[in-house]
Write a protein that binds this ligand. Structure first.
Ligand code: PMP
Ligand code: GLN
Length: 381
């Protein structure tokens, strides 16, 4: 039986498709964003211990109190932000679910939601399923900055929410404190809610600071901020993260969360809580760890024909291939997986109206050997 699709333009995600193609052709997989190395041993052991000790039933709906307390402690430590673990922090089964619940909780039929292109693929379907309409505002060409005048011009009486993401997937750009102040002024002026996707908060380079929506008073009042343990602790397959929002917004988020997933996975929460308590400084080591990998990859591309502008954050590096070929990025990503054994993500898929740019995204959360081998193959192109 056929049904009238609620998401007629949506197919299988580019991440699923490129990872499948990489595995079919035994290519180096720098497409989907996930580390090819394991999480800290202590975290893995804690997970195994909690499973074997029988912690395998439902956790409380909002998340284990011990984990929410650790999250509050780390927000204070890294961002200087105080949060009430009971009324402002919700543990979610992946930031994706948290984003979905936040959007579903506040977008009504006919509402407009501003997203900045290229934007992460899960936002628009969530907006559409809530009956809203995504209004796409492109980031500036090549440096992927926000043109706040253009954003302001996109606001109408129907605009309910704006979604921002910093550090930014796929570009690796990061919002400055000035950007955050512009966002704050805009949101206040038009009484907008904000979904701030900060899953790469700790992956920020060259001495830059991450600026969280939680650090700006007027944004703090109107934002859902989303984080992911998958990125911070190299366990993307554990699908656990959290949402921080003021009590009234958190209450609405939880009304949705409790019927989408109800809870996040219990032993994961216990293991992460143990690890955060034992190693509170771990997240602070990530910037140096990944910056070294970024530099290893970019330096090894020095003799190539790509234009390389080292990314400011995330574990993604864009490469501009316009000096090599005019072929469209989606075709090229497929061709190079087959012909050169290297899989990447075409950036145009994250746009409503792709600009005339030629970028592929490469994930550098990989072993040094894989990064060097990948660079060697890219240098031959
Ligand atoms: N937002 C962005 C920008 C991401 O790159 C990801 C990575 N998958 C997510 C959200 C989702 O995170 P999670 O795996 O915790 O759902
Ligand atoms: N966020 C990851 C990326 O950008 C992929 C997550 C997914 O496969 N949905 O590559």
């Amino acid at each position: 039986m056929m049904i009238d699709s609620k998401l007629p333009r949506v197919g299988t995600t580019i991440f699923t498709r490129m990872s499948a193609l990489a595995s079919e052709h035994k290519a180096l997989n720098l497409s989907q964003g996930f580390p090819d190395f394991d999480a800290p041993q202590a975290l893995l052991e804690a997970m195994a211990r909690h499973v074997m000790n029988g912690h395998n039933q439902y956790a409380p709906m909002a998340g284990l109190p011990a984990l929410r307390e650790q999250i509050a402690a780390q927000l204070l430590r890294y961002r200087g932000v105080s949060c009430d673990p009971d009324s402002e922090i919700t543990v979610v089964p992946g930031a994706t679910e948290g984003i979905y619940c936040a959007i579903t909780a506040c977008v009504r039929s006919g509402d407009e939601v501003i997203v900045l292109d290229p934007c992460y693929d899960s936002y628009e379907p969530a907006i559409a399923l809530a009956g809203g309409r995504a209004i796409h505002v492109p980031l500036t060409a090549h440096n992927f900055g926000v043109d706040w005048q253009r954003v302001a011009a996109a606001v109408t009486s129907r605009t309910r929410l704006i979604v921002v993401n910093s550090p930014h997937n796929p570009s690796g750009a990061a919002l400055s404190s000035d950007d955050m102040r512009q966002l704050e002024a805009l949101a206040e002026r038009h009484n907008l809610l904000v979904v701030s996707d900060e899953v790469y908060e700790h992956l920020i380079y060259d001495g830059r600071q991450h600026h969280s929506a939680l650090q700006f008073p007027a944004l703090r009042q109107r934002s859902f901020a989303l984080f992911s343990f998958g990125k911070t602790f190299s366990v993307t397959g554990w699908k656990t993260g959290y949402c921080v929002a003021p009590p009234a917004l958190t209450a609405e988020l939880r009304k949705v969360h409790q019927f989408v997933c109800f809870v996040a996975v219990t032993p994961v929460q216990l293991a992460v809580a143990d690890f955060m308590a034992a190693e509170p400084g771990y997240a602070g080591t990530l910037a140096a760890f990944y910056q070294r990998k970024r530099d290893l990859f970019c330096d090894a591309l020095a003799g190539s024909r790509f234009r390389v502008a080292p990314s400011a954050g995330t574990y993604f590096q864009l490469l501009d291939y316009s000096a090599i070929t005019p072929v469209a990025d989606q075709q090229l990503a497929t061709d190079w997986t087959r012909e050169h054994g290297i899989a990447s993500i075409p950036v145009s898929v994250f746009y409503d109206e792709p600009p005339d740019q030629h970028y592929l995204r490469f994930c550098f959360a990989k072993s040094d050997e894989v990064l060097l081998q990948a660079a060697e193959r890219l240098c031959e192109i």
